[in-house]
Write a protein that binds this ligand. Structure first.
Ligand code: NDP
Length: 461
C-alpha cells in the first residue's frame, strides 16, 4: 500500500467541502482542506446567507407602511446602506469563524490557499508551492457567476458577487435574468428604494416553476413598481458619464446606474489540473460524476455546484454525507435528488416542492388541481393589495400529492414541511384528515376539499 500525507484532501471550503472534510476528520481520518477565498463558500460568504439578510432589510419599508392600519404611527424613516453592509459583514465573519472552528476542532489541517491537482493523488498549494498527497480527494470548488463574456460591455456590469459589496446603493439598476438570483435581487433592490428593472429572455420569469406562481409573482412585482421586460435581452452596455446606457435587442435604450447579470452560474473548474489527474468534465466544465459522486478517477469525488447537478446548499451537504457513508462507512449511498423542496426569496416569497401543474399534466393521464387564492389576514387591516396562492397537484389515479406550490409570506417555511409530506408519499386523503392550525395561512393546505379543476390527457376539464 502506498502511503499518503492525507487520507482525504478537500479542495474547496464551501458547504460540500467543509462538511465532507469535517466529518471525515472527526472520524479520525487525516484530512487537509484548502480554500482560496473564504471558508463558508458561496452560501455563507456571498450567497444564501447575506442574501437573506438583505431580504429582511428590504422588507422594512412595507412593514412601516402596513403598521398604520394597526394603529401605529411611524416617524420619518431612512435607510443607510453602509450600515447594512457593515452589519452583514460582521455576521458573515462570525459564521466564517464557525466553519473554521468546526474544522479545527475536528483536527483537519486548514490551508488558506488555492489548490490544484498535479496528478491523481497529488495536490499543489499555489500560495507556497507545497505539494501534498492524499488517498482520496474531494473536489468541491462550487460555481461562479456566468460573466456573459460575449456581451459588449459585460465588464461594466456586476454579478451577485459584487452586489454584496457595493460602496453605495445605486439609484437605478437593471438586472438581467429570470432565475432565482435575478428575481430575488430585483425585490431586494426595489425594497431598498432603488428604481429596478428586470430583463428576461423568456415569456415569463422563473422558467422551471409552476405557471400560476410565475404569473402571480410577476404581477405582484409589477404592482410594487418593479418593471419587468420579457422576451428581450441586453445587446450592449456602454458608459455614458456616470450612468450606463443599455441597448436591448428589441431596440429599447435604458439609462441606469448599475447593470447586474444573473444569467446562471458556471462550475468553477478552470485551471484546477483536472486533466493532469484524469478527471473528466462536460462541455460546460462541470465535473462528470456517477451516482455516488465519484469522478472518472475512482478515488476522486466531486460534490456540490462543481458537478452542476442541483445548485443548492442542502444538496451539496447531502452529497457530502453520502460520500462519507460510501467511502468511510462501507455503506455505498447515492445522493437522493428527488423531490427537493426549494424557496425563492422574492417578495412575495415562493415555496415549492414536486411537480408543477404543467409537468404533472404531461406526466400523468389525469391530475386534480386544488387551488386557493386569498387575501392574507394581515392585509385586511394593513390594506395592502396582495394575494396568497396555494396549489396542490394530485395524481388522480392514486391520489398522491405530487406537487405543492405556495406564493406568499413564509412560503419557504411551509415548503420545508410540505417536503416531508411529499417525500413520505402522502395522499390527498392524508391532507384532508389533518386538522387545520387556525388561524394560519397554511391551514388552506388541509382545507381544500374539492378539486378546483382536473386536467385529463392534457385538457382542462
Ligand atoms: P438560474 O438558472 O436560476 O437562472 C438563470 C437565468 O438566466 C434564467 O432565467 C435563464 O433563462 C437566464 N439565462 C441563462 N443564459 C442566458 C443567456 N445567454 N441570455 C439571457 N438569459 C440567460 O440561475 P441564477 O444565476 O439565478 O442562480 C444560480 C443557481 O443558484 C440557481 O439555479 C439556484 O439553484 C441557486 N440559487 C438558489 C437560491 C435559493 O435557493 N433561493 C437563490 C439563488 C441561487 P431561462 O430560464 O430561459 O433558461
Amino acid at each position: 500500500m502506498p502511503s499518503y500525507d492525507y487520507d482525504l484532501f478537500v479542495i474547496g471550503g464551501g458547504s460540500g467541502g467543509v462538511r465532507s472534510g469535517r466529518v471525515a476528520a472527526s472520524m479520525g481520518k487525516k484530512v487537509g482542506i484548502a480554500e482560496e477565498y473564504r471558508y463558508g463558500g458561496t452560501c455563507v460568504i456571498r450567497g444564501c446567507v447575506p442574501k437573506k439578510l438583505f431580504v429582511y432589510a428590504s422588507q422594512f419599508h412595507e412593514h412601516f407602511e402596513d403598521s398604520a392600519g394597526f394603529g401605529w404611527t411611524v416617524g420619518e424613516t431612512s435607510f443607510d446602506w453602509t450600515k447594512l453592509i457593515a452589519a452583514k459583514d460582521k455576521e458573515i465573519e462570525r459564521l466564517e469563524g464557525l466553519y473554521r472552528k468546526g474544522l479545527e476542532n475536528a483536527k483537519a489541517d486548514i490551508f488558506d490557499s488555492r489548490a490544484e491537482l498535479v496528478d491523481a493523488h497529488t495536490v499543489r498549494l499555489t500560495k507556497t508551492g507545497q505539494t501534498v498527497t492524499a488517498e482520496h480527494i474531494v473536489i468541491a470548488t462550487g460555481g461562479t457567476p456566468n460573466p456573459h463574456a460575449h456581451l459588449p460591455g459585460h465588464e461594466l456590469c456586476i454579478s451577485s458577487n459584487e452586489a454584496f459589496h457595493l460602496e453605495k446603493l445605486p439609484k437605478s439598476i437593471l438586472i438581467a435574468g429570470g432565475g432565482y438570483i435575478a428575481v430575488e435581487f430585483a425585490n431586494i433592490f426595489h425594497g431598498l428604494g432603488v428604481e429596478t428593472t428586470l430583463i428576461y429572455r423568456g415569456k415569463e420569469i422563473l422558467s422551471r416553476f409552476d405557471g400560476d406562481l410565475r404569473r402571480g409573482l410577476h404581477n405582484a412585482m409589477t404592482a410594487k413598481g418593479i418593471r419587468i421586460i420579457c422576451q428581450d435581452i441586453i445587446a450592449e452596455v456602454s458608459r455614458k458619464g456616470e450612468a450606463l446606457s443599455v441597448a436591448t435587442k428589441e431596440g429599447e435604450t435604458l439609462h441606469v446606474d448599475t447593470v447586474m447579470l444573473a444569467l446562471g452560474r458556471d462550475p468553477y473548474t478552470n485551471g484546477l489540473g483536472l486533466e493532469a489527474a484524469g478527471v473528466k468534465t462536460d462541455a460546460r466544465g462541470a465535473i462528470i460524476v456517477d451516482e455516488y459522486s465519484r469522478t472518472s478517477v475512482p478515488h476522486i469525488f466531486a460534490l456540490g455546484d462543481v458537478t452542476d447537478r442541483v445548485q443548492l446548499t442542502p444538496v451539496a451537504i447531502h452529497e457530502a454525507m453520502c460520500f462519507i457513508e460510501t467511502v468511510y462507512k462501507n455503506n455505498p449511498t447515492k445522493p437522493d435528488h428527488e423531490l427537493i423542496a426549494t424557496a425563492v426569496f422574492s417578495q412575495p416569497e415562493i415555496g415549492t416542492v414536486g411537480l408543477s401543474e404543467e409537468a404533472a399534466a404531461a406526466k400523468y393521464d389525469e391530475i386534480e388541481v386544488y387551488r386557493a387564492e386569498f387575501r392574507p389576514m394581515k392585509a385586511t387591516l394593513s390594506g395592502r393589495q396582495e394575494k396568497m396562492l396555494m396549489k396542490l397537484i394530485v395524481n388522480a389515479a392514486d391520489k398522491k400529492v405530487v406537487g405543492a406550490h405556495i406564493l406568499g409570506h413564509d412560503a419557504g417555511e411551509m415548503a420545508q414541511l410540505l417536503g416531508i409530506t411529499l417525500k413520505a408519499g402522502c395522499t390527498k386523503d392524508d391532507f384532508d384528515r389533518t386538522m387545520a392550525v387556525h388561524p394560519t395561512a397554511a391551514e388552506e393546505l388541509v382545507t381544500m376539499y374539492n378539486p378546483s379543476y382536473r386536467i385529463r390527457n392534457g385538457e382542462r376539464v
